[in-house]
Design a protein around this ligand. Structure first.
Ligand code: ASP
Length: 343
């Protein structure tokens, strides 16, 4: 679907591509719980038309939907890559920006992965969604779509962002932290993209080796970690306490990590804290993880760490290159360059 909205003669039109993937934004409840519906293009066009009239910015809209719109809780390991490929395939020379309407539950995970997948495109990508469906009382859907449109109009630099509530968050630093608030997302830590981006130009295919996330907790059975490291043999983000500690269970935890590293499974340690960074040299558990072959994930969010590891795993890089990339700030997902022992 394509349409020009409120474009006065002679005034430059903002050319926007909108992709609707599902989420609460377009959901309905027929008595059995909210679920996404298809065919909301006319409602979107109405909101965009209102934005054009209200802001005085004429908008040229191209709109499409995924064949199957989903509750984003059902996002799988390949959802973000598929959405990114769809965005890329629809890009035109005239496009000023792309808006992806997505469920909030996995928006930060999908957005972070899309930031890596689409790191080389010249226009901004704004993910947005809603806590309350479009058209319902108190809905934030219209305001959030306005926010995304306004952000593209006023901040036309490339990058992938989440436009939601009162703020625009860099996807590689974003996290959903409210189940029901209008400001559902936060930006964790400073966003400092490097001056020159060091990502390989290669275009990854579908991730074949599964990549996962494991969170440490008191009472954690090291066998559970061992199983996770075997299932997610493409790589595991290990979300530890504080500076990068976790229950050691004698040597069981470290041996599980060592076996994984020996099998070629990268293990990236991050902290579950909202600020600060892992420092694996500080405590004995951290040192033991480092000695076993774990990699310091610096101050990456869990969403960005999982996205980065999945993206890099799909590139099939030599292991030293993979280690270097994982510990290097590629898109602003890391503040610093954590120390890495290359022995
Ligand atoms: N469960 C919904 C989803 O993520 C929540 C939302 O969109 O706000 O698709």
């Amino acid at each position: 679907m394509s349409s020009a909205l409120e474009a006065p003669v002679g005034q430059r039109e903002l050319s926007i591509d909108i992709l609707y993937t599902g989420g609460t934004f377009g959901m309905v409840d027929h008595g059995d719980g909210l679920h996404p519906r298809k065919g909301i293009g006319e409602e979107i066009a109405t909101v965009v038309r209102e934005f054009a009239a209200g802001s005085g910015i004429p908008v040229g809209l191209r709109y499409t939907e995924l064949d199957e719109v989903i509750d984003s809780a059902n996002a799988d390991h390949d959802t973000a890559r598929r959405i990114a490929a769809r965005v890329r395939s629809r890009l035109t020379d005239h496009c000023d920006g792309v808006i992806v309407i997505h469920g909030t539950d996995t928006m930060a995970y999908v957005g972070a992965r899309m930031a890596f997948e689409l790191h080389d495109i010249p226009v901004p990508v704004m993910l947005t969604g809603a806590q309350i469906p479009l058209g319902q009382r108190g809905s934030d859907a219209r305001d959030n779509l306005w926010m995304a449109l306004d952000s593209i109009a006023n901040q036309p630099g490339p990058g992938t962002f989440i436009a939601f509530g009162a703020a625009v968050h860099p996807a590689v630093r974003a996290s959903k932290r409210s189940a029901d608030g209008y400001d559902a997302f936060v930006t964790l830590r400073k966003y400092t993209p490097p001056a020159t981006r060091a990502l390989p130009a290669a275009w990854p295919g579908e991730t074949t080796s599964p990549v996962g996330l494991f969170t440490a907790f008191p009472g954690m059975d090291p066998d559970l970690l061992d199983v996770a490291l075997r299932i997610y043999h493409g790589g595991v983000v290990l979300e530890c306490y504080g500076a990068g500690t976790m229950p050691m269970h004698g040597s069981a935890t470290v041996e599980a990590v060592r076996r994984a590293a020996d099998r070629g499974t990268p293990v990236v340690v991050i902290t579950h804290c909202d600020s600060g960074s892992v420092d694996l040299a500080l405590y004995r558990p951290g040192r033991a993880l480092l000695d076993a072959g774990a990699l310091p994930g610096g101050d990456m969010t869990r969403e960005a760490a999982l996205a980065k590891l999945s993206y890099l795993a799909a590139l099939n890089l030599p292991s030293t290159e993979l280690r270097r990339m994982l510990t290097t700030n590629l898109l602003g997902e890391l503040t610093d360059h954590p120390h890495i022992d290359e022995n």
